[in-house]
Design a protein around this ligand. Structure first.
Ligand SMILES: Cc1cc2nc3c(=O)[nH]c(=O)nc-3n(C[C@H](O)[C@H](O)[C@H](O)COP(=O)(O)O)c2cc1C
Length: 210
């Protein structure tokens, strides 16, 4: 294993909202290969509670796109009324472009978990989401390794009931991230500007440097 290759993959798996090839079909086998990789992620008590709802039918994508866009407009509206910088962030072009074109992406993967988080137990909540979100991230990495771009999105959860109705998701199943997926087209994916370990890592006690 060459750490440099792996580090490159880990450091350049970005949200890809533009420079996507919306005309190129995505082979179902490739999605299955990526899911095969994703399910190697850790899972509490070996329960494998993850489920991957792969949406490819145009009508369902259209409906999912419509509810995503509705959620997006709702958040923008709320943030604008609240003032502050977050509304401006969401008004960066990439967010709106994705919201308006979500249905045009050939594959939408909704990562779900069988069960529901316990609102009264932090440990259970961490265990619950910790048993599915690492797999979702592995899925994004596996997609990227195959030339596919995705974005980690959660806005649709404001419309989770409508999404459940649309996709036949039963009660007792929790929706998590929605990954809109397409092959990338000349996407230049580079490491993001992030704070380094000297700022975000503490040693032996909170706030203490090395
Ligand atoms: C919890 C979470 C929720 C997010 N929800 C959305 C979303 O609904 N729509 C979207 O376009 N991006 C969403 N993002 C993507 C972030 O905007 C993105 O990760 C961030 O801008 C950093 O960019 P990068 O992914 O290219 O590193 C979400 C990311 C996280 C971690």
């Amino acid at each position: 294993m060459d750490p440099a290759d792996l580090d490159h993959l880990l450091m350049t798996t970005r949200s890809v909202r533009r420079r996507l090839d919306l005309e190129r079909p995505v082979e179902p086998e490739v999605i299955e290969d990526c899911i095969r990789v994703a399910v190697q992620a850790p899972t509490g008590l070996d329960r494998e509670s993850w489920r991957f709802l792969v949406v490819t039918e145009p009508e369902r994508r259209r409906a999912l796109g419509a509810l995503y866009l509705r959620a997006f407009e709702g958040v923008v509206d709320e943030l604008q009324r609240a003032g502050g910088g977050d509304a401006a962030r969401l008004e960066r072009p990439g967010y709106r472009i994705l919201a308006e074109r979500l249905h045009e992406l050939p594959v939408l993967i909704l990562v779900c978990a069988v069960g529901e988080p316990d609102p009264d137990s932090l440990a259970q909540q961490v265990g619950f989401y910790g048993s599915v979100l690492p797999a979702a991230w592995s899925l994004m990495l596996a997609l990227r390794a195959r030339g596919l771009g995705a974005t980690w999105t959660t806005l649709h959860l404001r419309e989770a009931d409508a999404a459940a109705g649309l996709l036949g998701i039963p009660a007792g199943v929790t929706q998590t991230v929605l990954l809109p997926v397409a092959y990338t087209k000349d996407a230049r994916l580079a490491p993001a500007q992030r704070r380094g370990p000297e700022d975000v890592a503490y040693w032996n006690a909170w706030g203490r440097g090395r």
